[in-house]
Design a protein around this ligand. Sequence first.
Ligand SMILES: C[S@@+](CC[C@H](N)C(=O)[O-])C[C@H]1O[C@@H](n2cnc3c(N)ncnc32)[C@H](O)[C@@H]1O
Length: 233
Amino acid sequence: MSEEKIRPKINLTRTLPKPNPYAMAIDNEYKDIAFNEERAPLNKSKWRSDVFKVSDVTPMDVEVGTGAGMHFAHHAAKHKDRCLVGLELKYKPLIQSIKRAKFQGGVHNAICRYHAFNLDLLFAENEINNMYIHFSDPWVTPRKPKNRVASRVLLNEIYQMQRSGSFLEFKTDSREYFLWALEEIKETKYKIEYQTLNLYDQDNVYKQNNFQTSFEKIFVNQGIEINYIKLVK
Ligand SMILES: C[S@@+](CC[C@H](N)C(=O)[O-])C[C@H]1O[C@@H](n2cnc3c(N)ncnc32)[C@H](O)[C@@H]1O
């Protein structure tokens, strides 16, 4: 597989002909904690100092593809001592995520309208701690592995952005995507702490600590096994 970097471009919020209330909210009601695709990269290297106003040693985690923000808000409420930045492409789930985190008592949370492939434009080397990639699009139909987030190219970039001792958690309902990702992971420097083809098979700490979003619940209720891996830097 080629190591070529795909650099996707997304449309600009400010040029939307008819922005919906969610798109408007990014640059108005939530402008200090929600960042459109033009404002988000201005925070690179400055998330702790300028956005969250915390010390450089305060942990800062990242979640890619927050969806409706159930895990995002859960993390925000559970870890008030940590910062959390979410990435989401769609306006409605993006606003739902940041609203939900605030509602559940989150303290240092921000959300960006940004494409996961451009993470390196958002965060500098050694800037982030833990990384969550939950149910990112498997690109199985149509089968376009080049669009998958858990690729060696992106994982190697994330590895550089993470502080040592941090983890990366990846889960998916797609066995095909997961087996493909395992091959990609072999081409990175990550150590595997735990991996399973069925997260709910054994009653261990990974199952007990797992937070199930309604999205995950749909698969579990259908009897689909959840593939899970935790990597450590
Ligand atoms: C299937 S949902 C999963 C939501 C959530 N992580 C969960 O586990 O319930 C995936 C979300 O990722 C977002 N997404 C897809 N591709 C993305 C990308 N390249 N960058 C950022 N977000 C993306 C989608 O808009 C969608 O809301």
